[in-house]
Design a protein around this ligand. Sequence first.
Ligand code: Q46
Ligand code: ZN
Ligand code: ZN
Length: 336
Amino acid sequence: LMVETKIKCSFCNENAVTRIGYAKLWLCKEHFIQFIEKKVFNTFKRYGLGGKNWRILAAVSGGKDSVSMLYILHKLSKDIGFELIALHIDLGIGEYSKISREVVENLCKSLGIPLIVLDLKELTGFNLPEMVSKTKRPPCSLCGLIKRYLINVAAQELKANAVALGHHLDDLIPYIIKNFVLQNLFEISKLGPKTDTLNGLVGRIRPLYEVSEDEIMLYAYLAKLPFVQNECPYSARKGLEKTIREFINNAEKRHPGFKIAFARSIAKNIEIYKNIGKEEPLKQCKICQSPSNSEICSFCKITAKVAGKPLGSEVKTKIAKIAQLHLLNLNHTSTT
Ligand code: Q46
Ligand code: ZN
Ligand code: ZN
C-alpha cells in the first residue's frame, strides 16, 4: 500500500505515501494517520458505537489490528468521553503468547490504559495446547469459544457497555459472504458494526468496521505502534475464506469503494438478518448461569472434558475478583 512518489499529498505540500482509491486521495504520512483516525471517529458516530460515560472493554491480542484499534480508541476516548479498559487473554501458546502479552502490557503502560490480563492456565489449570490435546477439537474453534466466554464474563463483571473487537473489512466480508453462501443468515446479523447487549451477552462493537487490512497495516507502521509480528502457530487461513478474500480484493481493485459499500449495506440490513434466520433465544447454563445455546454452556462442557469437572462457576468467581480489584483501583486513582 505504501509508495515512494513525487506526487503531492491532496491536503499539504508533503510527498504522498499512499493513494486511497475509493476516496480519490493521495496522502502523506500525517494526513493518512488523520484520515484513518477520522474514519474510526465517523464509524463511531455513524453506527452509534459508544457515547459519553460509556465503559468500553477493548479485547487486545497484540496483533496489528487490535493494537491499532486500542491506540485509536485511546485517542477517541478523550474526544467522545468514554472510559477505556484493555483486556488481554494469555492463552499459554508458548513463545507466541509470551511475546503477545509483553507487547500489550508495555503498550498499555506507555499509554496509561488500565489493563486486565486473564491467564487461561491460572484460571483453569490448563493452557490452550493442553486443552487442544485433551479435547482433540480444532484449536481455533476451541480458542474462539474460550475467548468469547472469558471476554463476556469480564465485560459483565466490569459492567462494560460494550466489548470492542479489532475486526476489519477483510476479516468480516469473507465471513459474511461465506455465511450467505451457506445461508447461515442469522450469523450475518452478528457481523455488523455492533451487536446489542442481550440475554447476558454484552454487546460488541467493531470500530475498524470500515477500515481495510492494508490500511491498518500501514497505520500501525506509520504510527510506529509495537505489535506482534509472529503468527499464532495454529493460525491457518482456510480454503473458502481465502478464495473469497482474493475475490473481494480483486473487486476492490476494479471497483474502488466496493468493500465499504458492501459493509454499509450489510449494516443497513442487519435487522432483516436478525429476523430471517431467527435462532432460539439463549438459555442460561445450568452450571455457571452464562448465556448458552444448550442446557450446559460450551465452556463448562469443554472444561469438564479437560479437567474432569465443569469450571464455569469457578472461573467466573476468579474473574469477578480480578474485576472488583480493578474497579477499586480505578476509583482509588480517580479520587486521589
Ligand atoms: S489465537 Fe486462537 Fe487465533 Fe491462535 S488458536 Fe486460532 S483463534 S490462530 S485469532
Ligand atoms: Zn499531507
Ligand atoms: Zn457454563
